[in-house]
Design a protein around this ligand. Structure first.
Ligand SMILES: [Zn+2]
Length: 151
């Protein structure tokens, strides 16, 4: 295991010692750690406070861009669908993780796997179904407004 993953694991272990969940994440650019995070759900009211999200926010603030295609993610635990999505939006090309979502389930942390499984289902079959309310004539059409503005 390389030094960056060892650091992510250490962050996760320290977070457990401080009453949090066992997740740490490190972002590396050109061989140097530029951002890191731990799961913050034990001390913040923010469901997006996953280690990877915290590290991504920190890196984007530091680099002043949403584009993290030049960084590598080291996550102590397999990224959940939210973090995977954030990594995709940020353009992160390389991600390594140590402990699997099955190990998280074994530790009593099954939400990520449940969400991942849920996303495999048809939208109407999901635990948190979403229903489309289509636009009516008397409303704005933000998508078309955007399209016109960017043509
Ligand atoms: Zn996550």
């Amino acid at each position: 295991m390389d030094e960056f993953m060892q650091h992510a694991i250490k962050l996760a272990a320290n977070n457990v010692k401080e009453g949090g969940q066992p997740f740490g994440a490190v972002l590396v650019q050109d061989g140097e750690i530029i951002a890191e995070g731990v799961n913050q759900l034990h001390n913040r009211y923010d469901v997006s406070g996953h280690a990877e999200m915290v590290a991504i926010r920190q890196a984007q603030k530091l680099l002043q861009t949403n584009d993290l295609s030049s960084v590598t993610m080291y996550a102590s635990g397999e990224p959940c669908p939210m973090c995977y999505s954030a990594m995709a939006y940020a353009g992160i090309q390389k991600t390594y993780y140590a402990q699997s979502s099955d190990e998280a389930v074994d530790a009593g942390l099954g939400k990520s796997k449940q969400v991942a499984d849920d996303l495999q289902k048809a939208p109407a079959e999901r635990t948190h179904p979403m229903k489309q309310m289509t636009l009516t004539e008397d409303t704005y059409n933000p998508m078309q407004m955007y399209k016109k503005r960017h043509q």
